[in-house]
Design a protein around this ligand. Structure first.
Ligand SMILES: [Zn+2]
Length: 92
């Protein structure tokens, strides 16, 4: 299979070097899967959240599925999985 390319910040990146990331309304990442496991946000969401009921709830709550490059993933999603991100600060 030829490499699929996606555009990210003005450059073309192979899909296999990207990650689909599921984020809540704060932008906090809750799940991720490799770029080649899906062709668009919808199939990626199916990949990340098994049950349709859960997906519908997430969509209603404003959760989003985004495609990040490996570099973006490291900066934006990895801290979430390590529990070191800025998103989940306790409410003041
Ligand atoms: Zn986070």
């Amino acid at each position: 299979m030829a490499d699929l390319l996606v555009q990210s910040g003005g450059q073309l990146v192979p899909l296999k070097d990207c990650f689909w990331v599921l984020t809540d309304t704060n932008g906090c990442a809750f799940g991720s899967t490799i770029g080649t496991s899906a062709v668009d946000e919808e199939t990626a969401h199916r990949e990340l959240t098994d049950r349709k009921r859960d997906r519908d709830r997430q969509t209603r709550q404003g959760w989003m599925v985004q495609l990040l490059t490996g570099e973006q993933w490291k900066q934006e999603a990895m801290p979430c999985f390590l529990g070191r991100c800025e998103h989940r600060k306790p409410a003041a």
